[in-house]
Design a binder for this molecule. Structure first.
Ligand code: 3PG
Ligand code: MG
Length: 403
């Protein structure tokens, strides 16, 4: 474990033991319980993976054991600043009441527009009645949202154990990672990941692309992508990355679903075909194919360091989970230092029972990528400004990683 002296991210960061006496204190804890939900017709929504909830327990229990009254707060999904039944915290609350019955949980933070807007009035409302604040929400610490950056300006504050462990483990990727350093990036949100992909490209020896975002890259490379998910506004960005001369691996074969057929949890029906890297009109590419899995696995197998973020396909649909499972197994088998980030990738590792074979599983997707891009996070910077923060020591400060 790194300590404050040698990890720039920890320099000046208040930790749990820097909080004033907790006995009888009311502590507001920002957690990231933005967990995957099973949303199928005919049954109430349920939490499919409680990893992020379990990951916050050491901090919650630490505070409870010291006599604090603990109020947790989280977002769930992306409701647009108003109550939205789809993102009700009911299923999360149920899970939490099993794991930590004494902890109170506030309403979904994003039901109030003040959360995303970092509104001062909303910060005021959040901290009211609390004596201290803890950020244990690594997964959202890249967002300058009210609950992440507001309370440390007002209350004695600290990074929780989860946040601390995340920056210790990810800090290792910012220093001198063992080579070759292979980043495997998937998921659907290409627009969100572009900045990070650009930065990663200079840090890694090869960038392996899968998931929904791969189709924007394939389209940029001149392939037909049928009805697959493509972000037309990002084609030029993807073209520029592909022209950078760095090693970028794209799928060579695709598992696709026939025109008009539905996919997702509990879906069936419609023809599924393994195609090359050109997809006919109307077909939707939903997973990487077997040739690609093998190629990606062998790239991962030789790595000294692997960062994997984002699923390779629609893995909640069993017809399109092979790519994600194949990558998960390859990462587990890799002898190097392996870091998995992102709720979906972590859930896949968990479902396959591979957790013990991964060096570190991050609770953050976007946050872990942003940390690698910028070398710091808004939530960490806010904590360093808290009234109880330790003095910043001589030595390296957080900031963009060395190239
Ligand atoms: C996540 O799941 O990536 C975090 O909870 C952040 O969610 P967001 O991307 O909706 O801000
Ligand atoms: Mg995310």
């Amino acid at each position: 474990m790194s300590d404050r002296a040698d990890n720039p991210l920890l320099n000046g960061l208040p930790l749990l033991h820097d909080l004033p006496d907790l006995d009888g204190a009311s502590v507001l804890v920002r957690v990231d319980f933005n967990v995957p939900l099973r949303l199928c017709a005919d049954e109430p929504p349920s939490v499919t993976d409680d990893f992020r909830i379990r990951a916050a327990l050491p901090t919650l229990n630490y505070l409870l054991d010291r006599g604090a009254e603990v109020t947790a707060c989280t977002h769930l999904g992306r409701p647009e600043g108003a109550p939205d039944a789809r993102w009700d915290l009911g299923p999360v609350r149920e899970e939490l009441s099993r794991l930590a019955p004494q902890v109170e949980l506030l309403e979904n933070l994003r039901f109030d527009p003040g959360e995303v807007q970092n509104d001062a009035g909303f910060v005021e409302k959040l901290i009211s009645g609390h004596d201290a604040y803890v950020n244990d929400a690594f997964g959202v610490s890249h967002r300058s949202h009210a609950s992440v950056v507001g309370p440390p300006t007002r209350l004695p504050s600290a990074a929780g154990f989860l946040l601390q462990h995340e920056i210790e483990a990810l800090g290792a990727l910012l220093g001198s990672p063992a080579r070759p350093f292979v980043a495997v990036v998937g998921g659907a949100k290409v627009a969100e990941k572009l900045g990070v992909l650009k930065a990663l490209l200079h840090r890694v020896d090869s960038l392996v692309v899968g998931g929904g975002m791969a189709f924007t890259f394939l389209a940029a490379a001149g392939h037909d992508v049928g009805d697959s998910l493509v972000d037309r506004d990002r084609l030029d960005d993807c073209r520029a990355l592909l022209a950078s001369g760095r090693s970028i691996l794209l799928p060579r074969d695709i598992v696709a679903l026939e025109p008009g057929a539905a996919f997702g949890c509990d879906c069936s029906g419609g023809e599924v075909r393994t195609l090359g890297d050109d997809i006919p009109d109307g077909w939707q590419g939903l997973d990487i194919g077997p040739v690609t899995i093998e190629e990606y696995a062998s790239e991962i197998g030789t790595a000294g360091t692997v960062l994997w973020n984002g699923p390779m396909g629609v893995f909640e649909d069993s017809r399109f989970c092979a790519g994600t499972a194949g990558v998960a197994r390859a990462v587990a088998e890799c002898a190097g230092y392996t870091v998995v980030g992102g709720g979906d990738s972590a859930a896949a590792v968990d479902e396959l029972g591979l957790e013990d074979r991964i060096s570190f599983i991050s609770t953050g997707g976007g946050a872990s990528l942003e940390l690698l891009e910028h070398g710091d996070l808004a939530g960490l910077a806010a904590l360093r400004g808290a009234p109880n923060a330790p003095a910043v020591a001589e030595g390296p400060r957080p900031g963009p990683p060395r190239r």
